[in-house]
Design a protein around this ligand. Structure first.
Ligand code: PLP
Length: 485
């Protein structure tokens, strides 16, 4: 800490400390245990205190906060966290995120932050280009894929009802003509929450059968569309099944949507990033033909939370569903971008800066390499694990997701129980962290590789740690069985 006299900003001592704390966290991130190191009660005790009558000095607040939180932080930004689909933070994105907080801009209106508006505009164009989406589409920067769905499906609701002569913005849904909603049997839970929030409900959703990898069956979709001809339809497809990583066949689905005048929405939270790789983009072929897309920057692009992206081809429907006007707002100043036309929020964080920084630091090739590298690590882990007797990889590893199931070699034991016990053991060990799921009725370990900093060594070390846990768990079971017998 320096004492450079009058020039120093009042925030300087606290912010220098924050920077030191942040850097020392990042330095230990690759080697610290990945899982939590304290119980709920311990964390409450470490961090809890009555709110004092008098305030505490900023640097002391930060020092205490970092020390108290430390054992309850999950190494999810680190290289051996394979739980859920999380991703870390690229250095440029993290730095831009620090600056975003410092600048404290509100990008809702061009007039309130011209720089934030222009950076969003540029980042939006880069994203459309990278993901192979229509150049004229409109883009909104939201908290995550969940709110990207809400935004996109609000645009869909608006457009589909407008075709029947109904103004959803003015009249709402009371007495509105019916809409059909079709979604794959493995659609993500956030689709259903978006439908609930939009007043469309979930009961009427027609679930379309999927194949063994979780991909929507176009023939089943065709039959359903045919059966309900005449009613405006919304189809929710996905690329990047949250368990298997499988992608719905969008070209076939889009052709059916066209034929029936349906709105096609694509949940591409992480899977849409396959489009950035020449080697993987065949998985999302036809994506360009959809009407709306939801994806994340905080997952595979490795931008800090929270950062999601919504894209809508029909810019008129998008802004009709979102925009707001008031006499005191200075809107459309100098033809600049007013972000509040494209997202549900009014005031919000200037998320475009970190997205811009991530994309610029990687370049087109860097994004492709990031995606391909993660997929390569996933394949390698699957290969190492599958070589072990009694270890079964349940999915085709087409992307960054691996589903693994463990069988008791002695037979008799339940594979579900053994799989869950091995997941808990790996989590306790702390070399890597991954979670569990139920895939087509079977318990499975779920490995997601989406961090920029994961190396081939991390992948191999983690696969080895999983195999150690398998041997230990089996040895313990055999010991128990021996004692019982
Ligand atoms: C993560 C995920 C979501 C939700 O994204 P958030 O950014 O957490 O809101 C939606 N769909 C899929 C397929 C996902 O993987």
């Amino acid at each position: 800490m320096t004492d450079s006299g009058e020039q120093q900003a009042p925030a300087a001592p606290a912010l220098r400390l924050a920077c030191e704390l942040a850097l020392s966290y990042l330095e230990t991130l690759p080697s610290r245990p990945v899982g939590e190191q304290a119980t709920l009660a311990e964390l409450r005790a470490r961090l809890g205190a009555p709110l004092g009558e008098e305030g505490v000095e900023p640097a002391a607040v930060l020092r205490d906060l970092a020390a108290g939180a430390e054992p309850g932080l999950i190494g999810s930004a680190g290289p051996r966290y394979f739980g859920f689909v999380i991703g870390g933070s690229l250095p440029a994105a993290l730095g831009a995120d620090w600056l975003t907080s410092t600048w404290d801009q509100n990008p809702g209106l061009y007039a309130v932050s011209p720089a934030a508006a222009v950076v969003e505009e540029i980042a939006a164009a880069w994203i459309l280009e990278l993901l192979g989406l229509p150049a004229g589409a409109s883009v909104g920067f939201v908290t995550g894929c969940q709110m990207a769905h809400v935004t996109a499906l609000a645009a869909a609701r608006h457009a589909l009802l407008a075709r029947t002569g109904w103004d959803a913005g003015e009249l709402g849904l009371q007495g509105a003509p019916p809409l059909r909603i079709l979604a794959g049997s493995e659609a993500h839970v956030t689709i259903f929450r978006a439908l609930r929030l939009l007043g469309l409900g979930t009961r009427s959703v027609e679930r379309i059968e999927s194949d063994g990898q979780g991909r929507m069956e176009p023939a089943a979709l065709a039959r359903r569309l045919e059966a309900g001809r005449g009613t405006p339809a919304l189809i929710c497809a996905q690329v990047g099944n949250v368990n298997s990583g499988a992608c719905d066949p969008l070209a076939d689905i889009a052709a059916l949507a066209r034929q029936h005048g349906a709105w096609l929405h694509v949940d591409g939270a992480f899977g849409l990033w396959a489009a950035a790789s020449p080697r993987l983009r065949h998985l999302v072929a036809g994506a360009v033909l959809a009407d709306s897309w939801a994806t994340d920057a905080h997952k595979w692009l490795n931008v800090p939370y929270d950062s999601g992206i919504v894209v809508v081809a029909d810019t008129g429907a998008h802004s009709a569903a979102m925009s707001a006007t008031a006499s005191y707002l200075q809107q459309r100043q100098d033809g600049g971008r007013d972000a509040l036309d494209w997202v549900p929020e009014f005031s919000r964080r200037a998320r475009g800066f970190a997205v811009y920084a991530a994309l610029r630091s990687l370049g087109r090739r860097g994004v492709a390499e990031l995606v391909e590298r993660c997929c390569g690590h996933a394949r390698r882990m699957a290969e190492i694990l599958a070589a072990e007797p009694g270890v079964e990889v349940l999915n085709e590893v087409v992307l960054n997701q691996v589903l693994v199931r463990f069988h008791d070699r002695a037979g008799g034991g339940s594979a579900d129980e053994l799989t869950r016990a091995i997941i808990r053991r790996v989590q306790r060990q702390g070399v890597c962290w991954l979670g569990g799921t139920t895939w087509h009725g079977m318990a499975a370990m779920r490995i997601s590789v989406s961090n920029w900093s994961t190396t081939a060594d991390d992948a191999e070390l983690s696969a080895a740690a999983i195999l150690t846990a398998v041997r230990e768990e089996r040895a313990e079971l055999a010991g128990l069985a021996g004692r019982a017998g």
